[in-house]
Design a protein around this ligand. Structure first.
Ligand SMILES: [Cu+2]
Length: 113
C-alpha cells in the first residue's frame, strides 16, 4: 500500500516537473546536412528556445521552448521560410529535443541495418 502511494505520487509529480513544450514539424526542401545545420542555427538564435534539432533524413525539425516562453506557429514557420524552406504539420509535443533526437536515432538504426 505504501509502495503504491509512492508510485502514485511520483507519477503525479513527473509531468509537472518536466513541463516541456517542443514545436515539432516536418521541413521540406532540405537537400544536405548544411541545410539542416542552417535551420538549426536560425532556431538556436531565437531567445525563446531552449534547444533545437533538425534531422535531415526524417525531415523532422524540433524546437524546444524555454520554461514560460512561447513562440507562435506563425513565427516558427516564418523563421524556417526565411531560411528558404517550408514546414508542414506543426505540432506541440511534451517531449524534449533530446528525447525526440534519441527516438529518431533509434528508429533510424532499426530501419536500416
Ligand atoms: Cu543543403
Amino acid at each position: 500500500m505504501k509502495k503504491l502511494l509512492i508510485t502514485l505520487m511520483l507519477t503525479a509529480m513527473t509531468p509537472a516537473a518536466f513541463a516541456v513544450t517542443t514545436l515539432k514539424a516536418e521541413v521540406n526542401g532540405m537537400v544536405c546536412a548544411f541545410c539542416a545545420k542552417g535551420i538549426e542555427k536560425k532556431l538556436k538564435a531565437l531567445p525563446e528556445g531552449q534547444a533545437a534539432f533538425v534531422d535531415l533524413k526524417s525531415r523532422v525539425v524540433a524546437f524546444q521552448l524555454k520554461d514560460g516562453q512561447n513562440l507562435s506557429d506563425e513565427t516558427f514557420n516564418k523563421v524556417i521560410q526565411d531560411a528558404g524552406y517550408s514546414v508542414s504539420k506543426v505540432e506541440r509535443v511534451s517531449q524534449t529535443v533530446a528525447e525526440i533526437q534519441a527516438q529518431l536515432q533509434k528508429s533510424e538504426k532499426a530501419g536500416n541495418k
